[in-house]
Every structure is written in C-alpha cells, then in structure tokens.
Ligand binder design. Structure first.
Ligand SMILES: [Zn+2]
Length: 335
C-alpha cells in the first residue's frame, strides 16, 4: 500500500494568492480533490489522506505533523503562484539530505508530467526552504501551478477542464514515480469508447436517495466489496452502467463512483399493514437473518409490518416490534 499525503495549500482564513476573482485556496482544494479521486478510482494499492478536505484553516505544522503521524510515503503540496510570471514550477527541499537524489528523481517525473498534461510554460525544477518539504519526514514535492494574477494563467485556472488537466498531470507523475498499479477494470471501462464516455446520453440523471457506498468497479459494487468512497444523497449524472450497477458522477462526462442501485431504495414507506399467522407455529427472528431465530408465534397472532426485505432470496417482513418473520403467504396472510 502506497500512502500519499496531499496538501491543498492555504485554506480558511488564509486565502493564499488572489487574482481575477480566483482564490488560491479554492483552486488548490479543487485540484487536490481531483487528484485524490483519480488516484482512488484508477489505481490499486494506494491510500490518500488530505491535510484538509474543506475550507478549513490548517497551520503548516498541523499539515506536516499529520503527514508524519500517518507515516505517509510521499507528500504533495499543491499551490498556485503569484506576483509576476506565468507557467509551472516545482520545489523540493534545498540542501543536502539522504533522500535528496531519490526525491529529485520523483519530482522530475511529476514535474514533466504536469508540464506535458497542461502545456504550462516550464519555469524549472527548483529547490527552496519551504516548511512543507522541510518538516515532512517523507519525500515530497511542492508544485506551483500557474500564476493567479496573470491574465492568461487565470483564464486557464478558471476552467474546471483545465484543473482536470493539472490533476491528471500530477496523478500520471505520481503513478510513474511511485510505481502505482492501474486498476485494470477501470482502465477498460474508460477506454472502451473513443471519447472516454461510456454512456451515450451523458445528460441522464440519477437520484441517490440516501448515502450509499461507492466502489471503483462495477464488479466491486455488485459484490459490495472494497468500498472506496461515499456517495451522498443528491442528483448525479450517469457516467456508465454495467452488470446492473451504475457509475454516478457530479461532473458530467467524468467517471465517478459505482453504486449498487438496489441499495438506493427511497425512504421507508410510512404505510404499515397487519398480518396474521396461518400455521400452528411460526418462527420469528431477531434480525434479518433466517438463522437468527428468536421465538415462535402462534396461529392467529397479528403483527404490524413496517417493511418487506429479501433475505437470501426469500421475502421477510420487518415487524414494528423490531423482529422479523417470513412473508411467505403459505404461513402468513394480510389482514
Ligand atoms: Zn501558496
């Protein structure tokens, strides 16, 4: 498992640099989240932790302390430049230290991939005494992605498609430098059509009624294993469908998470009904599990049903009392 710590520069009361209506803290968070999503969606054996996931104020020491405490393998600090210039530059810690050559090698790979993906003017591979690369125990790089107060760069930075390119450059570089393994099934689904989209109708919407587990592949979603993300309640675009599973995304045309639509039932129906036991004796259960026998109901007993579930292919009623009973009409009848 490769642990990558991503640090979206600035945040909260510290806006970072500003220009053309843009704030560095927003751009660094957006780029960092895109990097996180691509890494988790498209690569195996990688863990990502972020120094912040929202607009919080986090001190520099808190950031490096978090990376060090987590024992990250690599640190990436994402920034936007300002004050005269255009293009991209990257930094490692200045001076002599044991991992200097190895750090520089990885930085060079990441740097070149970002320049390649973005078309940014290459301002060079640099060294500086920055807190983030000095106080972090692991190898790391700080990137300065364009100038927020330069009209040309700011115009690019205002486009989400360009933030995707920056993220893509970083992930390509991280994957190469840290030898990450591509998640094969995801690769297949993304390359299976020429434009990278697998849903012909990319305006198709899907409503998620409650928080669901998100997965990297349709097969994982179907088997409900290797949960990677959480998909919150809300409206999504459908990026892809496969094996009865749905890939939902907030950003049209880009892959999101796979969910299992069978878990997306609406809010429980408030309407209840009554059933009566038809047989002499009938097991009831303390949880939705045919092995969890709790006791026996008798012929003529009446219960209030609050929900109907399918357990191992057979229908089960959830009762108001919190217990469960078969829904088989041979044994119970609606009153
Ligand atoms: Zn900055």
């Amino acid at each position: 498992m490769v642990k990558i710590f991503i640090d979206p520069g600035h945040g909260g009361t510290d806006t970072g640099a500003t220009g053309y209506g843009l704030r560095e803290k927003d751009l660094t968070l957006s780029i960092s989240k895109r990097i996180q999503t691509i890494l988790l969606n498209e690569y195996n054996g990688v863990q990502v932790r972020m120094s912040r996931t929202g607009d919080q104020t986090v001190s520099l020491s808190e950031r490096t302390n978090a990376a060090n405490a987590w024992n990250a393998d690599f640190l990436l600090s994402v920034h936007i430049n300002a004050s005269g210039g255009t293009g991209f530059e990257s930094y490692i810690y200045i001076g002599n230290y044991p991992s200097r050559a190895a750090t520089n090698e990885k930085r060079n790979i990441i740097h070149d991939e970002v320049v390649k993906a973005t078309g940014f003017i290459d301002r060079g591979k640099k060294e500086a005494d920055f807190h983030m690369v000095r106080e972090s125990n692991m190898q790391g790089v700080l990137t300065e992605n364009g100038f927020i107060d330069n009209a040309h760069d700011a115009n690019l930075l205002s486009q989400t498609s360009f933030l995707d390119k920056i993220a893509r450059g970083h992930t390509n570089g991280l994957a190469k430098a840290l030898k990450l393994k591509k998640n094969h099934s995801e690769q297949v689904s993304i390359t299976s059509s020429s434009n990278g989209k697998t849903n012909d109708n990319d305006d198709e919407k899907y409503k998620v009624n409650k928080t669901l587990d998100g997965y990297v592949t349709a097969a994982d979603a179907k088997a409900e294993v290797n949960k990677k993300t959480t998909v919150k309640k809300g409206e999504y675009y459908v990026f892809n469908r496969s094996q009865g599973m749905i890939n939902v995304t907030k950003e049209k045309g880009t892959p999101g998470s796979w969910i299992n639509p069978k878990n997306n039932s609406g809010v429980k129906t408030p309407s209840t009904f009554l059933i009566r036991v038809k047989t002499a004796e009938l097991w009831y259960y303390n949880k939705p599990d045919w092995n969890a026998r709790e006791g026996k109901a008798k012929k003529g007993d009446v219960f209030t049903v609050v929900d109907t579930l399918t357990v191992n292919g057979s229908k089960m009623y959830e009762l108001k009392s919190g217990t469960y009973i078969t829904a088989n009409p041979e044994y119970v009848e609606k009153v």
